[in-house]
Design a protein around this ligand. Structure first.
Ligand SMILES: [Zn+2]
Length: 284
């Protein structure tokens, strides 16, 4: 699942590729890709045709493209969805589901999705934030992110610190990869209770999250399963910088102890047993 750095990389590519351009027509070749647009594929296409994309915005892991109609094109990339900006004569991709052509005859926007978990829809009130996405918290690289509200909100929760980092209503954009990386840098086990973290520890945690996300954006994101690519089809390079996620059995880059893997909410967590000891109450 793409997290903030991957979605931001896609956002930047879309901003370069489609912002300011007017849609000529839309072809939906796989109706499942617009299943969240309840009025159906024909309505989806009609709401886009003739409209100009005024901007490309993101909050957390969510992207939307405000239109000059006041609506916005939005969607979920799911596990494998790709939004690609490609030359109009580029060969049709095997899993091409939605195709937007532009009035200028230039590059097209294509939604390609191997597993069809993702999808697109047009929503009302697209600027500045569609109501559909209003419950998503700001992310740590948003200039309007409120650090002290995050610290207070984190310490008020009675949960483990990893669950809190994944809670998109507290802080958005962080998923399994960047939560594990943030916790490794902070030297905290994911089950450390949030309500006993000191304020300075909570601020340091936020600082590590911000650093990891910024470095990953610079690297163009993490293409761990090779499905995530930028709007120009380029893979991210941050997987070479991962310290915990996907590093099970490899030596911790800080202390040399093999990275462990533990089950966590139907998935797993990777951490260093020495740098990130389990809290006493949660020890098995
Ligand atoms: Zn270590």
């Amino acid at each position: 699942m793409p997290e903030l750095p991957e979605v931001e990389t896609v956002r930047r590519g879309l901003d370069r590729g489609v912002a300011g351009r007017t849609v000529r027509d839309v072809t939906v070749t796989h109706p499942r890709a617009v299943r969240r647009h309840e009025a159906g594929p024909a309505d989806f296409a009609a709401r886009l045709a003739g409209r100009t994309v005024t901007a490309v915005r993101r909050r957390g892991k969510y992207l939307w493209l405000p239109l000059d109609s006041g609506e916005a094109l939005t969607g979920h990339l799911g596990m494998s969805g790709q939004l690609l900006v490609v030359p109009a004569d580029a060969p049709v991709q095997k899993h091409l589901h939605v195709r937007l052509r532009f009035a200028d005859g230039g590059r097209e926007l294509r939604f390609v999705d191997q597993r069809t978990f993702g999808g697109l829809l047009v929503v009302p009130d697209g600027d500045p934030v569609p109501p559909l996405l209003a419950h998503i918290a700001r992310d740590p690289i948003d200039p309007d992110f409120d650090d002290e509200a995050f610290v207070a909100g984190l310490r008020r929760r009675h949960t483990g610190v990893k669950r809190a980092l994944l809670d998109q209503t507290l802080v958005s954009g962080i998923g399994n990869i960047y939560a594990d990386e943030t916790l490794w840098r902070a030297g905290l086990h994911g089950e450390r209770p949030t309500d006993v973290l000191t304020r300075p520890a909570a601020r340091r945690l936020l600082g590590h999250a911000r650093d990891v996300l910024a470095e990953a954006i610079t690297a163009g994101g993490t293409s761990f399963d090779a499905l995530y690519v930028s709007a120009e089809g380029v893979s991210g390079l941050f997987e070479h910088s991962l310290d915990a996620y996907g590093q099970e059995g490899l030596p911790c880059r800080r202390c040399g102890t093999p990275i462990r893997r533990e089950s966590f909410m139907n998935r797993s967590s990777a951490s260093c047993p020495r740098c990130q000891p389990r809290p006493r109450a949660a020890r098995r």
